[in-house]
Design a protein around this ligand. Structure first.
Ligand code: SF4
Ligand code: SF4
Length: 382
């Protein structure tokens, strides 16, 4: 018998399994003495929840709060402007990943830069940049690196390979961010400014692919210091539902710990080689501004000083001033877990995926885009 990839996934999308988990969740949730708000930190989880209509399958006392886990959504306009300015340099080819090309900065998006003649390329993997650099030896190739812990080792591998192969025309603008620091910020800001940042996070659903690299250990402070359980869950609907059930059971059994639902590839320690590679080339920035969330200490990486000759942020004069978001856009509140996309005045009218005003609508993993795409399912729930 030939086993295809789709067979492997189908097990985790099986409607019967999802329904059985929904039944178990509904039964267990009846025993709770208070509602539980679960933040799914990652946009990938938001997408699964919306796509498979999981909100409909949960009882009213279990709620999801969508989190800030999408590298495109949280990129502030000033850094998108950096990408735009770099792309507009005559001798530059700017490469980046994902939906970054569509996000508007204050001067326009990378797509706009491209329509003005800039050479902007979308790559599937950072290592594709090596080929572009070899094919264009007279150009400067700038890799605008984005992503959480999942993509950071790939950028480190690109640097390592370029150095080993003596390729001298690749430069880097590093925007890699880290998950635990933003989770901490969400809890601290709530606990310190309860009136203004009244998100109600009781537990976290942690993204599995981040923990494939870091291990589940990065979340251990949340149960101990912050009294919030964390379950590291996969991205298929069965994974998410099982993760929710595990969180409910922790509350019922008066436990508060880090648990791994996604045992298929996550353990406590993660991928030590990937962690070593990251530490070889990067160190933490003192502060990094997240869109809508402000400056968060030690929440992003930069190139170590010994590699500053490769650092596009240092080699080019790039503006430093902060830029406000569109006045009507409430992406900041959405990323803090304080508002739902449908509470935005311009959701689905002035702001759509075709003409986005804010980053949460641009990124395919953004909460606004997920609500827009799967809105019919949502109406049935409300
Ligand atoms: S980058 Fe990773 S953590 Fe962020 S939204 Fe995408 S999948 Fe989730
Ligand atoms: S709908 Fe558009 S403008 Fe409103 S919060 Fe979402 S991205 Fe921002």
């Amino acid at each position: 018998m030939v086993v295809e990839l789709k067979d492997f996934y189908e097990k985790f999308r099986d409607p019967k399994a999802i329904k059985a988990l929904s039944k178990a969740i509904n039964q267990e949730a009846q025993k709770l003495d208070h509602p539980i708000n679960i933040m799914e930190v990652c946009g990938g989880h938001t997408h699964t929840i919306m796509k498979y209509g999981l909100l409909q399958l949960l009882p009213k006392n279990i709620r999801f709060i969508h989190g800030p886990g999408c590298p495109v959504c949280i990129m502030p306009k000033e850094r998108i402007d950096h990408a735009y300015i770099l792309a507009m340099q005559e001798d530059v080819i700017l490469c980046t990943l994902g939906d970054m090309i569509k996000v508007p900065g204050s001067r326009g998006s990378l797509q706009d830069a491209r329509s003005k003649g800039a050479d902007v390329r979308f790559v599937y993997s950072p290592l594709d940049v090596l080929k572009i650099a070899k094919e264009n030896p007279t150009k400067k190739i700038i890799f605008f690196a984005i992503g959480f812990e999942t993509t950071t080792p790939m950028t480190a591998a690109l640097i390592e390979n370029a150095l080993k192969q003596n390729i001298k025309n690749i430069f880097y603008h590093i925007n890699h961010v880290t998950v635990p620091e933003v989770m901490r910020e969400l809890i601290d800001s709530r606990d310190e400014h309860i009136d203004s940042y009244n998100n109600q996070i009781d537990a976290f659903l942690g993204p599995s692919h981040v923990s494939v690299i870091t291990g589940s250990k990065i979340y251990e402070e949340f149960p101990t210091k912050y009294k919030r359980p964390v379950v590291v869950a996969g991205f298929e609907p069965v994974d998410v539902m099982e993760g929710v059930l595990m969180i409910i059971r922790q509350f019922l059994e008066d436990r508060c710990e880090v648990e791994i639902q996604y045992k298929r590839s996550v353990n406590r320690d993660g991928n030590l080689n990937a962690q070593k590679l990251i530490e070889k080339y990067f160190e933490k920035r003192e502060l990094f501004k997240w869109r809508g969330l402000g400056n968060i200490p030690k929440s992003a990486w930069r190139l170590k000083d010994e590699y500053e000759h490769l650092d596009a942020e240092k080699l080019y004069s790039l503006p430093k001033e902060e830029i406000e978001d569109h006045k009507l856009c409430i992406c900041g509140d959405i990323l803090r877990g304080m508002a739902k996309p449908t509470e935005c005045q311009v959701f689905g009218t002035a702001c759509t995926p075709q003409k986005p005003l804010g980053s949460c609508m641009v990124s395919s993993e953004g909460a606004c885009a997920a609500y827009y795409k799967y809105g019919n399912l949502l109406q049935e729930v409300q």
